[in-house]
Design a protein around this ligand. Structure first.
Ligand code: ADP
Length: 237
C-alpha cells in the first residue's frame, strides 16, 4: 500500500520566545507509522508534540500537514493531570466530548457521533462502563476512556504524551497492546512520547531520541546500536 505523508518537518526549530528548545529536525510521519519519541526530561518531547499539533509555530523551518489532518483528523491524548482524574462527568460524556470539534454550530451531538463514541468504547473494552462516573474509575480504565475519546477525533493519526504514566504494569501492558492493535490492524499512525523504552523498541517502527546533545532518528535496531541506545542496551543485558 502506498504510504501517504501525514506530517513533514523540515529543518525545524521549535522553542519559546525566540529561544530554541530543539533544532535541525527533519521528520516525516506517514500513514501507518508508529514513532516513539524518547529522551531526557526537559529535552523538548512535549514541545515537539505541540509543534506537530499546530499549537506552536516553528521558529525556523517548516511543518507541513496533509490536508485531511487540517480538517481535524488528529487525536490527542495529553498527559493526565490530577484535576482531570477528578472530572465530574459520565464516561459517555467524556468520550463524546472528543467529537466536539466536529460539532460545528449544532448544539447536540449527531446520532453518528454517538454511535462512533460507543463504537470506540467497545473497541477499547470499556463499553459497559459508559453510564459510570469517570472520576470513580481506576487509572487504567480512565486512560482507556481517554483513548476512546481521542479516537473520536482521530481519523488517521493519534498523538500520545506519556500514556502509561501512573498506571500499574498490567494496565500499562494492556494499553500498549491496544495501541499495537490500533496501529497494525486499523492502520492508525501513532506518535507517542514515552519514558518506557521496552515497548518503544518492541512495537515502534522508528525511534526519535531528543537529547541535550542532539537528535537521533532511526529504527529500534539502529537506536540500540547508536550511542543514544547504548545506555539502555547495558541495562537490558
Ligand atoms: P520534555 O517533554 O522532554 O520533558 P518539554 O518540551 O516539556 O520537555 O520542555 C523543553 C524545554 O522547554 C524545557 O526547558 C522547558 O522548561 C521549556 N518549556 C516548556 N514549555 C514552555 C513554555 N510554555 N514556555 C517556556 N518554556 C517552556
Amino acid at each position: 500500500m502506498e504510504r501517504a505523508d501525514l506530517i513533514v518537518c523540515q529543518d525545524l526549530s521549535l522553542g519559546y520566545e525566540g529561544k530554541r528548545v530543539l533544532s535541525g529536525l527533519n521528520l516525516r510521519v506517514q500513514s501507518g507509522d508508529y514513532l516513539c519519541v524518547v529522551g531526557d526530561n526537559g529535552s523538548g518531547k512535549s514541545t515537539l508534540l505541540r509543534g506537530l499539533l499546530g499549537l506552536l509555530p516553528p521558529l525556523e523551518g517548516t511543518i507541513r500537514h496533509a490536508a485531511e489532518l487540517e480538517r481535524g483528523a488528529v487525536g490527542y491524548l495529553p498527559q493526565q493531570t490530577r484535576a482531570q482524574r477528578d472530572f465530574p462527568a459520565t464516561v459517555e460524556e467524556v468520550v463524546l466530548s472528543g467529537c466536539l470539534n466536529q460539532k460545528g454550530l449544532r448544539f447536540f451531538y449527531s446520532a453518528a457521533q454517538r454511535s462512533r463514541a460507543l463504537m470506540n468504547l467497545g473497541k477499547l473494552g470499556v463499553l459497559e462502563l459508559r453510564k459510570r462516573s469517570y472520576r470513580e474509575l481506576s487509572g487504567g480504565q480512565q486512560q482507556r476512556v481517554l483513548l476512546a475519546r481521542a479516537l473520536c477525533a482521530a481519523g488517521r493519526l493519534l498523538i500520545l504524551d506519556e500514556p502509561v504514566t501512573g498506571l500499574d504494569p498490567a494496565a500499562a501492558q494492556d494499553l500498549y497492546k491496544t495501541l499495537r492493535y490500533l496501529n497494525r490492524k486499523e492502520g492508525m499512525a501513532l506518535v507517542m512520547v514515552t519514558h518506557d523504552l521496552r515497548p518503544a523498541l518492541r512495537d515502534a517502527g522508528s525511534v526519535l531520541h531528543i537529547g541535550h546533545k542532539g537528535i537521533f532518528l532511526g529504527t529500534p535496531a539502529e537506536y540500540l546500536d547508536s550511542p543514544y541506545g547504548k545506555r539502555f542496551r547495558e541495562v537490558a543485558e
